[in-house]
Design a protein around this ligand. Structure first.
Ligand SMILES: NC(=O)c1ccc[n+]([C@@H]2O[C@H](COP(=O)([O-])OP(=O)(O)OC[C@H]3O[C@@H](n4cnc5c(N)ncnc54)[C@H](OP(=O)(O)O)[C@@H]3O)[C@@H](O)[C@H]2O)c1
Length: 294
């Protein structure tokens, strides 16, 4: 985080209580914890094992074990909600937790959803719909696809490393890929700014790129050839179904098909509006996270 970023968060914030970050060991949660603690905020970092996260108080939390919820909420007045990943009906566990959180004094909740899921839509769209009825202070972050899908532990990053291939059913469709660090920067503001956003924010990078564009940039930055191999929807679905439940494989392949049809071909200025600085582009992120010997 730059000095300017840190002071922007600090300046806007009078003394506030502790923030519970759920999913604190994950791609966005770990970055959100880092930003909050760097700005001097008290953070409880929740994960199933209570894994230590630098600068934060670790706490054990499992969506499916309500016995872990009271201790996680103790002393907390705001919550960053990363719903249970891969659950087709997250509202069934998230909404009872949020009502309990409100009852014990939590006053702000910031939910991580996705650009592809509107309010009232499937899965986390149901949590989005209910959130303003539970909290007076809230925000829903709806990021586009993460740039870290090509640099971290995601399937694309693994197939890039294994055989230099990105397989999608997205064809030549373009996506406003976003840096997870920018998502975290927006999350830190949404959690701690005096004025709650009380809206949803579609988060993208500065440009919409195809997977061919991504492959070309990864090739340039790493010096290793990487290609995008577009597959028919059915072939991708069947490949994914070998790795995960069929319903989830269908959903992911369907999201690729939507990309091919142009559903993610957009950019927003939400990162700049909230953080005061422009969103990072994929080349900069690839240089930061993939450049050999960085
Ligand atoms: N990848 C993308 O392109 C993309 C785009 C838009 C939106 N999204 C959304 O982003 C979300 C995932 O966020 P992320 O990538 O930051 O997370 P992530 O890296 O997938 O990590 C998941 C986090 O949740 C925790 N977790 C897993 N199961 C849990 C459980 N039962 N109870 C409590 N915590 C649990 C994990 O911690 P432990 O394993 O340590 O417990 C980890 O900290 C998904 O909802 C996805 O829809 C992703």
């Amino acid at each position: 985080m730059t000095t300017a970023d840190t002071s922007a968060v600090t300046r806007a914030t009078p003394a506030i209580g502790s923030t519970l970050v759920i999913g604190a060991t994950g791609t966005t949660g770990s970055r959100t914890v880092a930003r909050l603690t760097a700005a001097g905020h008290a953070v409880k970092a929740a994960s199933r094992k209570g894994t230590p996260v630098a600068g934060a108080e670790p706490v054990r939390f499992d969506w499916y074990d309500p016995g872990t919820h009271a201790a996680a909420l103790d002393g907390v007045d705001r919550v960053h909600v990363i719903p249970p990943v891969g659950d087709p009906d997250p509202a069934a566990v998230v909404l009872p937790f949020l009502r309990r959180a409100r009852a014990v004094g939590v006053r702000r909740a910031v939910l991580l959803s996705a650009s592809s899921i509107p309010k009232g839509g499937p899965a986390v769209g149901q949590v989005h719909q209910a959130l303003p009825g539970i909290f007076d202070e809230w925000a829903v972050l709806r990021p586009s696809w993460f740039m870290q899908n090509f640099t971290g532990g995601h399937l694309h990053a693994r197939s890039i490393r294994a055989d230099g291939v990105i397989r999608t059913a997205a064809g030549t469709g373009r996506v406003g890929f976003v840096d997870a660090d920018d998502i975290a920067a927006v999350a830190a503001h949404a959690l701690t700014d005096v004025q709650a956003a009380n809206t949803d924010l579609v988060l993208t990078g500065p440009e919409a790129l195809s997977h061919d564009d991504i492959a070309a940039i990864v090739t340039e930055v790493t010096g290793r050839p990487v290609v995008h191999r577009p597959l028919p929807y059915e072939e991708l679905r069947d490949r994914l179904a070998a790795l995960m439940p069929e319903e989830f494989a269908e959903m992911l392949a369907g999201m690729d098909r939507a990309i091919a049809e142009g559903a993610e071909d957009r950019v927003t200025d939400s990162v700049r509006r909230v953080t005061g600085r422009p969103a990072r582009g994929f080349r900069a992120v690839a240089e930061r996270e993939l450049r050999p010997g960085r």
